[in-house]
Design a protein around this ligand. Structure first.
Ligand code: TYM
Length: 328
């Protein structure tokens, strides 16, 4: 069975982009694949979050993954920091990736431009991400479009390591959905939707339905009042069409054909999104009442993940010339 791996940062509430770009595919893959999903709390440390907030966000992220439909009986669900092999292999990845390659990462450029303090961890972040993926002999990585460059770099790292030290890692491929791969901010449709939930441009998965509807009604469009799917020329309108298409499983061009005015497009998009989010909100409330169960799922997931990760790490260590920890 092909192995699927993906991760999400516990940095605040999840938004519609996470759901349409990644999490829906995560849920779909667990039925016919060996699926491994991870809350990447070590990655969150790159921006020094408040410790209490990090703890809360980490538990909330795991709860959210179960609320969207990740079934711990089908998938392995765990916290990155619970499996120390991630950090150890990351060092070997740092020694395999080039400085120039890391410098070209657009996410690093964006995030470092916006930060006063730029940690070395923010720079080497893609090496830890490669470690996450390669530890599990991953075939497929379901992600949104913004992770494309990181997964391509992960492939390059795996190929380089394999050339240097002999066959060690499976070289993974990304899976990016046809619709919903790039959900844009409702107020600034040239930027992707991101985790600042107070913003009028971001729709939180747990947000109150009336607030979601208001945000869609106020979404930025343009003044020519023509419903057409053309992301370059009409980013705001095309974003709404793309969201409605992704939420209802349709093709954006045929969705656009059904509308002649912006008003009905906005209200139908809000309704479709609320319909998608309602059961997730209910499930989140239900699961949040039993934190011990979440902790149990994560501990069992970490045990399963550790078994696979330890084998891969040992192979990488041995192939690179490190002396085995325990004589065989
Ligand atoms: P993160 O936590 O920013 O996002 C989690 C997933 O959501 C997708 N996504 C979006 N998709 C569509 N439209 C958007 N506006 C949008 N915003 C986010 C992301 O593409 C991602 O799939 N570096 C990763 C986490 C990570 C990871 C990994 C992913 C760490 N290790 C290994 C895959 C494999 C990140 O920061 O995602």
């Amino acid at each position: 069975m092909a192995r699927v791996f993906s991760g999400i940062q516990p940095s605040g509430g999840m938004h519609l982009g996470n759901l349409l770009g990644a999490l829906r595919n995560w849920v779909a893959y667990q039925h016919e694949h060996d699926a491994v999903y991870c809350v990447v709390d070590l990655h969150a440390l790159t921006t020094a979050p408040d410790p209490a907030e990090l703890r809360d966000n980490t538990v909330a992220a795991a709860t959210m993954l179960m609320s969207v439909g990740i079934d711990p009986d089908r998938s392995t669900l765990f916290l990155q920091s619970s499996v120390s092999e991630h950090a150890e292999l990351a060092w070997m990845m740092e020694c395999t990736v080039g400085f120039g390659e890391l410098r070209r990462m657009t996410q690093f450029k964006d995030k470092s431009d916006r930060s006063e303090f730029v940690s070395a961890g923010l720079f080497t972040y893609p090496a830890l991400q490669a470690s996450d993926i390669l530890l599990y002999d991953t075939d497929l990585v379901p992600v949104g479009d913004d992770q494309r460059q990181h997964i391509e770099l992960c492939r390059d790292i795996a190929e380089r390591f394999n050339r240097r030290y002999g066959d060690t890692f499976v070289v993974p491929a990304h899976v990016i959905p046809e619709t919903g791969a790039r959900v844009m901010d409702l107020q600034n449709p040239d930027d992707k939707m991101s985790k600042s939930l107070e913003s009028a441009g971001t729709v939180g998965v747990l947000e109150d339905p009336d607030s979601v509807t208001r945000k869609f009604k106020r979404a930025v469009t343009d003044s020519d009042n023509e419903v057409r799917y053309d992301p370059a020329a009409k980013p705001g309108v095309s974003n709404l069409i793309g969201i409605l298409a992704a939420a209802t499983g349709q093709n954006p061009v045929s969705v656009a054909d059904e509308y002649s005015q912006y008003g009905p497009l906005k209200s139908d998009t809000a309704d479709a999104v609320n319909e998608l989010l309602n059961p997730i909100r209910d499930r989140f409330a239900e699961l949040s009442s039993d934190p011990a169960e979440i902790a149990r799922v994560l501990a069992a997931g970490a045990d399963k993940a550790h078994t696979v990760a330890a084998t891969t790490l040992e192979r990488a260590r041995t192939n690179a010339g490190l002396i085995p920890r325990q004589p065989t």
